[in-house]
Design a protein around this ligand. Structure first.
Ligand SMILES: Cc1ncc(C[n+]2csc(CCOP(=O)(O)OP(=O)(O)O)c2C)c(N)n1
Length: 305
């Protein structure tokens, strides 16, 4: 674990971006850059972070940065890796340059999944960081494969027809790990030093690495700006978003939660789950609590193998 005093003073994700007040993904980016270890090229797929951090002619990235389309951050990273290899073969560069691809949950779980799968399978040496704000926020809060069951979004609106989204969140860490890559981890912006250690480890391993970081969105979750970190912490403390690593296929729990808080505590402060507390939706909170417990038990089992 790193100490606060040991972090680099230099800001590579600087002030002046146009992300919302209390934006979880912005915090995820700033913390991530504190883990970089040397020359690095970053590529970011279209989404809040890309849109809000690089409004032409400005940028808040104090580091080489390439824009990718919504669907192909991982392919861009693979291309950068190939180009760097060619340059080093010709003796034009002789230092190791890290490559980080960044995508939101929509750009990762859904539309960028083919590009991600291909790059993981081809064993490109890069780190993929997925910041998960659990919907397509940049385009107006549409549900994604990462949106949790029961959440109300513009394309899964809670009302008479449905009580919010009807299907469960994809297990993206397991999908990434199924490619047999050396390193996969989940992280939360509320546990910044755990997150930094995981980003660093992802850079250090030889081959592809995937870090899934939980980053609440005040706009889409309908929470006050100052509640972002509290929510990121509550997700972990309720076991909604467990923190773990998958090192060469071996599951390791990063933080045990022996006395979890009730999921209700996490749900009730978010506007996107408000309808779950009306008489018509009675029982939905129990359904969510039961799913959290089932997934936690399965994770504990994997960690004990
Ligand atoms: C092929 C294609 N389809 C749709 C879009 C429109 N689009 C741009 S960003 C985005 C959503 C991004 O969602 P996510 O990756 O979750 O990032 P967030 O906005 O939440 O940061 C969409 C639908 C696009 N740019 N390209």
């Amino acid at each position: 674990m790193v100490k606060l005093a040991e972090l680099p003073q230099e800001e590579l994700f600087t002030s002046g971006h146009r992300l919302c007040a209390g934006c979880g993904p912005a915090v995820a980016m700033r913390i991530m850059t504190k883990a970089l270890r040397g020359p690095t090229i970053i590529t970011t797929s279209t989404g809040c972070v890309e849109v809000g951090s690089t409004i032409y002619p400005y940028t808040c990235w104090n580091i080489p940065w390439v824009h990718s389309a919504f669907e192909n951050a991982a392919s861009t990273a693979a291309g950068i890796e190939g180009a760097l290899k060619a340059l080093s073969r010709r003796g034009i560069i002789n230092e190791k340059i890290d490559i980080v691809a960044i995508g939101g949950d929509g750009g990762t779980f859904d539309i960028g999944l083919q590009a991600l799968s291909g790059a993981l399978e081809r064993r490109h040496d890069f780190l993929y960081v997925c910041y998960d704000n659990e919907a397509y926020m940049n385009t107006g809060v549409q549900r994604s494969g990462a949106t949790p069951y029961g959440a109300s979004t513009t394309t899964s609106p809670a009302g008479r027809a449905i009580p919010g989204k009807l299907v469960w969140k994809k297990n993206i860490a397991a999908i990434a790990a199924a490619h047999g890559v050396p390193y996969v981890a989940t992280a939360s912006i509320a546990y910044w030093n755990d997150y930094i250690s995981k980003v660093r480890r992802g850079l250090e391993v030889d081959g592809p690495a995937f870090v899934h970081v939980y980053a609440p969105c005040p706009l889409g979750w309908r929470i006050p700006s100052e509640a972002t970190i509290q929510l990121a912490q509550l997700a972990v403390q309720t076991r909604v978003f467990p923190l773990y690593e998958i090192i060469d296929g071996r599951y390791v729990l990063s933080l045990d939660i022996p006395k979890p808080k009730p999921v209700e505590e996490y749900l009730k402060i978010q506007g996107r789950f408000k309808h779950l507390f009306t008489p018509e939706c009675r029982g939905e909170v129990d359904v969510i609590q039961a799913d959290v417990e089932r997934r936690w038990a399965a994770l504990k089992k994997l960690c004990s193998q």
